[in-house]
Design a protein. Structure first.
Length: 95
C-alpha cells in the first residue's frame, strides 16, 4: 500500500469517526499529491509532442507515476507551508 492509498484509507476511517479536522488535513495532502501528479502528466504530454503527436503524448502521460519518495516530499512541503502559515498568524496576533 503506497502513501496515497494509506491516505485514502485513513480518510475513510476519519470520516467514519466524524473527525472533520483529520479529514480536512488528509484531503489537503491528497489534493497536493493529485496536483503534483497532474503537473507531471502535463509536462510528459507536452514533452512528447502534445497535440502534434497525440498517440505518443497520451502514452507518455499515462506512464507518469509518482514514487513514494516524491509523495512524501509533497506532503512534507505542505506540512511546512502550514507550519509557516500558523507561525505568521501567531506573530500577527490573528489566531
Amino acid at each position: 500500500m503506497n502513501l496515497y492509498e494509506r491516505l485514502q484509507h485513513d480518510m475513510k476511517e476519519a470520516m467514519k469517526a466524524r473527525d472533520s479536522e483529520r479529514v480536512d488535513v488528509l484531503r489537503m495532502a491528497m489534493s497536493a499529491i493529485k496536483a503534483a501528479h497532474s503537473n507531471q502528466v502535463k509536462q510528459a504530454y507536452d514533452a512528447a509532442g502534445g497535440d502534434a503527436n497525440p498517440a505518443a503524448s497520451e502514452a507518455a502521460a499515462q506512464a507518469v507515476v509518482l514514487s513514494e519518495i516524491q509523495m512524501q516530499d509533497i506532503v512534507a512541503k505542505e506540512v511546512k507551508r502550514r507550519h509557516e502559515s500558523a507561525g505568521m498568524f501567531t506573530k500577527g496576533n490573528r489566531a
